[in-house]
Structures are given as structure tokens and as C-alpha cells.
Design a protein around this ligand. Structure first.
Ligand SMILES: [Ca+2]
Length: 463
């Protein structure tokens, strides 16, 4: 049966192919190459799921996935907002290598409140950086990008230019399509079609939901489920809950499709978020901060990996991992050679997933040389000023570039980052600061030092 007949037999329609997806040479699935389904949620907070402890949101399908795989309790996005996290995920490289540090301009918020001129931001992932899709293609993978890309809208920076054979992008800035279909559902429909069409060969499905990012829009019948529901731990928004609920149903449909087509055993499923939750709509308690800060609430995110036959069901892993680890992880799982001359900053998670081993590195790092305006009064005058951070073992250090201020936290004892130990543990602060500085020189990270002539200290005083 050819693909067209097979699709017909499944009752699915045409898929919007933007490039040819031929069968791999020799036909069929090369031995030992698993499929990858990477489910990426936009702005999903650390506590936005049942299995992470929410008593308000209902996520039975994602909870089940968590119970079937490994849950990473110290998983981090590479940045506290969208584009940089995506650039790191897609390139496997830290921000200073590609220059995507933030969303849009680094000069956000009121100019007179900005003490420094922040580092210039790049909004596209340069073509010299090999994407994960471009790295998997030579290994025979069909690649689809369903949903949010955020690394360029014009050739040669669109997903179809960057290794993805099938692309579905939303037509307008709304969670409802022109025909009224809820976008989360549409991206799921397209994903199901892609899986069915490529069942005979290895595939990489990058299902990059626009949910649960603003605008907060949900299906009325799902919102009704949460209307009047008792708030819990700062979580109380029925519309936001409904967005999460629809994501849960999407995950369920994707997993059911894998089961139905007999692909579940050959498919590694990843679930991840691109940054912490939005402070106006959800709560990451007990974490401090939210989307847009380098405190844990801005960068610690839910993460699941289900690798049938390799991961043990119901396991949790406390080793810190970060978004750019997924690139080398998939390459190793696929038995694919890394792209020549392309530096990968992450570490494959395979030893953690399958062999009960550990990782080699001493630390993971963040570099955010940009300003982010506040979303609410509690964040005034900034969500963040330019800053960098390092996590090593249980310790985390944040450096704020405006005044060189250091904050040191023992996350094992103080996950809420309430007690700054930089003054009482100066040696530990120095050790982490030295790691952070050495890393910055290794990756060529620019630290903004130039004063902003428009800065007016009076603008930081409440009138
Ligand atoms: Ca985001």
C-alpha cells in the first residue's frame, strides 16, 4: 500500500507538505531508529500539571505519560522566555553562540529606568547553526514542525528552510483559527496525520503548541468544567485551566495515535515547556518568580521522557537538565552522527534515562543581557534587568549586571530562593561566580557595561 492509499484507509486528508518526504533509501524503517515526538508547551509553569502537584488543573493524560516515563524534577529551559529557549533547543547551543537572548528587542520597558545599554538581540537563528531537524534528516528522519517556531518568519529562516518537511503555522494571533477550530486541536489533527503518513519510517514530530501562552482563550465547554472550581495554591483561572485541559487532550490523542498504529514501542515521547508560567494567570508556588526572571519560577519547567523498553516507568530524576540537552540526546538515540563542525553545548541524557548513570558537567548556565518590563505591579520596576546565572549541584548563583550584585541560593534547602547566602557563604559564591565567568569567556558571552545616557534614577522611585 502506498502512502496515499494508506492515508485513505485511515480516513485522513491531505497534509500540507512544503517539501518532499520520500521513503528512506531501501525503504522501511532502519533498525534501531526510534521516532521522536517532542511536545513543547509555551509558558507552561512548573506546577501547571496534576503530576507536578496541581490540585486545580486536570491533566490525566499527561499524568499517565509521566507515570510511564521519567520525570525530571530539576529540568530547566534555557531562558525565561520563548525565542531564546527555542534557539537553544533547535541549535543545541547556548545563547551567546547564536545571539538569540530574548524576544524582540533587549530594550524593553521604560528607557529612563534602564541603567545599562543591553546587548543587541538577534531574532533569527542563523543558518550556520545546524538545527536538530537538519541533523536528523541525514539519518533518514521525516521532520514536522507543528505550531510555534519563533526563530524567523522569512526565508531562509522559516522552519521549512531549516530541515522541516512538513510545517503547520498558525495564520493569526489567536487560539482560534478562521474556521473556528481551536488551534491546539488543529495542531493535534495535523500531528496525527503526520504520524500516520510516516509510520513506516523514522520521524521527528516537533509539536510546538501555542498554548498556554496569552491570549488566554479556551473552548467554552472546557471552561465550564472549571467555572466555580475551588482555587488552589494560587491557581484559579478557569480559562487558563481550560487551555491546559485542551493540551492534555492533545497529548492523549497523540499517544492514542501511536498506540493505534503500533508505534508506541518505537517512539520516544518528550514533554517540556519553554519557560515558567505567566504570573498573571498561574502560580509556580513554592518557586520564586515567573516567566521573565532567572529565579526558579521563570526557568524550572515540567519535563517527561518516555522511552519504551529503556526508561523505567514512574521514575523521577533529580539531576539538573536543560533544554539544549535534547539535541545530543536524540542524536544518540538515533545513532546519528552529530553535524560536523557544529558545537553542541548540551549533554546526552541517555546515561540518565537508560543506564542509571550521571552527567559529566559541573554546571549549567544562563545569560540574559536584556530588560523585561513588568506585567503587574508586584514586578515593578522590572521582571528582570540584565543578568546571568549558574547552577552547580544544589547551588545556584545569579549575577545582576547593573550593579554586579550576586545572589546565592541552596536549592536543596531553599527551593523558593528566599535566603540569599552570598554574604554568609562568600567562598561558595566566589566558586560559582568563577564558573560563570569562565563559561562566559568560553562561549563569548557579552556582558553589558555601557551606561544608558537616558537613564534617570528618579524614574525608579515610586511617586
Ligand atoms: Ca514561552
Amino acid at each position: 500500500m502506498n502512502r496515499r492509499d494508506f492515508l485513505k484507509a485511515l480516513g485522513v486528508g491531505a497534509v500540507s507538505y512544503v517539501g518532499g518526504v520520500g521513503a528512506p533509501a531501501g525503504g522501511g524503517r532502519p533498525a534501531g531508529k526510534p521516532n521522536f515526538v517532542f511536545i513543547f508547551i509555551d509558558d507552561m509553569g512548573w506546577k501547571d500539571l496534576g503530576f507536578m502537584g496541581s490540585q486545580y488543573y486536570e491533566t490525566p493524560r499527561i499524568d499517565r505519560l509521566a507515570s510511564e516515563g521519567v520525570v525530571f524534577t530539576n529540568a530547566y529551559s534555557n531562558a525565561p522566555n520563548c525565542a531564546p529557549t527555542r534557539a537553544c533547543l533547535m541549535s543545541g547551543q547556548y545563547g551567546p553562540r547564536h545571539g538569540v537572548y530574548t524576544v524582540g528587542t533587549a530594550e524593553r520597558g521604560e528607557a529612563k529606568r534602564r541603567k545599562l545599554i543591553p546587548t543587541r538581540n538577534t531574532t533569527e537563528l542563523g543558518t550556520e547553526h545546524v538545527t536538530l531537524a537538519e541533523a536528523l534528516k541525514p539519518a533518514g528522519y521525516a521532520c514536522a514542525c507543528m505550531g510555534k517556531w519563533h526563530l524567523g518568519t522569512k526565508a531562509p529562516h522559516r522552519p521549512q528552510d531549516r530541515g522541516f518537511d512538513v510545517v503547520y503555522e498558525r495564520a493569526r494571533r489567536s487560539h482560534f483559527e478562521a474556521d473556528g477550530t481551536y488551534l491546539t486541536d488543529r495542531l493535534t489533527d495535523e500531528s496525527v496525520k503526520f504520524i500516520a503518513a510516516n509510520r513506516e519510517r523514522p520521524f521527528f514530530l516537533y509539536l510546538s503548541h501555542h498554548a498556554v501562552h496569552t491570549p488566554i482563550q479556551a473552548k467554552g465547554e472546557v471552561v465550564a468544567k472549571y467555572d466555580g472550581k475551588k482555587a488552589s495554591k494560587g491557581q484559579s483561572n478557569p480559562k487558563y485551566a481550560a487551555m491546559i485541559d485542551s493540551v492534555d487532550q492533545s497529548v492523549g490523542r497523540v499517544l492514542d495515535t501511536l498506540d493505534k498504529l503500533g508505534l508506541a514501542e518505537k517512539t520516544v515521547v518528550f514533554f517540556f515547556s519553554d519557560n515558567g508560567g505567566h504570573a498573571n494567570f498561574t502560580s509556580m508556588q513554592p518557586l520564586r518568580g515567573s516567566k521573565g526572571t532567572l529565579y526558579e519560577g521563570g526557568i524550572r519547567v515540567p519535563a517527561i521522557v518516555r522511552w519504551p523498553g529503556r526508561t523505567r516507568a514512574g521514575e523521577t530524576c533529580e539531576t539538573p537538565i536543560i533544554g539544549l540537552d535534547f539535541y545530543p540526546t536524540m542524536l544518540e538515540m538515533a545513532g546519528a552522527a552529530g553535524p560536523v563542525g557544529h558545537t553542541l553545548d548540551g549533554e546526552s541524557l541517555v546515561p540518565l534515562l537508560a543506564r542509571g548513570g550521571g552527567l559529566k558537567r559541573e554546571a549549567i548556565f544562563w545569560h540574559f543581557p536584556a530588560y523585561l518590563e513588568p506585567y503587574n505591579d508586584g514586578q515593578w520596576p522590572w521582571r528582570t534587568t540584565p543578568a546571568g546565572a549558574v547552577r552547580s549541584g544544589d547551588w545556584k548563583l545569579i549575577e545582576f549586571f547593573e550593579d554586579g550584585r550576586l545572589e546565592l541560593y541552596d536549592l536543596k534547602k531553599d527551593v523558593g530562593e528566599k535566603e540569599n547566602l552570598a554574604g554568609t557563604k562568600p567562598e561558595k559564591a566566589r566558586e560559582l561566580h568563577a564558573m560563570l565567568q569562565a563559561w562566559r569567556s568560553r562561549v563569548g558571552a557579552p556582558v553589558p557595561t555601557q551606561l544608558n545616557p537616558a537613564f534617570d534614577p528618579a524614574a525608579l522611585k515610586r511617586s
